[in-house]
Design a protein. Structure first.
Length: 179
């Protein structure tokens, strides 16, 4: 029987992160969303992109912890983006693109702190990943869900997502689903 858990992670543009985690063994679902903001109501993509809502673009993962642990999810997260650049991933700049782990419970908080400390040795610069309680989460608009899969020829997808996805596929072939 599956032991389903959730993780909510921000690693820059959610299109990249969603495309990658949809291929990871044990991941049942990867949903693009927004979290961490403080304005009332459900934010729109345009509002989040303004940087004024305080939300980050995130992925909400539902995964089978019997197949892939939360710790493994976080190790993959740290290779799926640059956790040493504050509020920036490549050309995407702003707090909405921050590196962030939104923990769902105290166990996840502890694991996030331990994994962050453990992976620091692999980076020359300090990791700036925020570790915060999950607050104000909202699913992104429907057109953002499975965006890369539906739009592989779109400019950003072809120039940014595809090369990043290919790199991650090579790095983590053993952790990916077989298609």
């Amino acid at each position: 029987m599956a032991k389903l858990e959730q993780a909510t992670l921000g690693a820059g543009c959610f299109w990249c992160v969603e495309a990658f985690f949809n291929e990871v063994k044990g991941v049942v679902k990867a949903i693009s969303g927004y979290s961490g903001g403080s304005v009332p109501g459900t934010p729109t993509y345009k509002e989040v992109c303004s940087g004024l809502t305080g939300h980050a673009e995130v992925i909400r993962l539902e995964f089978d912890a019997e197949i892939t642990s939360y710790e493994e999810i976080l190790f993959l997260f740290f290779t799926a983006h640059n956790p040493t650049t504050l509020n920036q991933q490549g050309a995407d700049k702003g707090t909405q693109y921050r590196s962030v782990i939104f923990y769902h419970n105290d166990f996840q908080k502890t694991v996030a702190e331990q994994v962050t400390q453990n992976v620091q040795q692999y980076f020359d610069d300090p990791i700036v990943t925020e570790i915060s309680p999950l607050i104000n989460y909202f699913d992104a608009e429907d057109y953002h869900q499975d965006y890369y899969k539906q739009n592989p020829e779109q400019g950003y997808c072809a120039m940014v997502v595809a090369p990043k996805l290919n790199k991650l596929r090579k790095l983590h072939a053993a952790q990916l689903k077989e298609f």
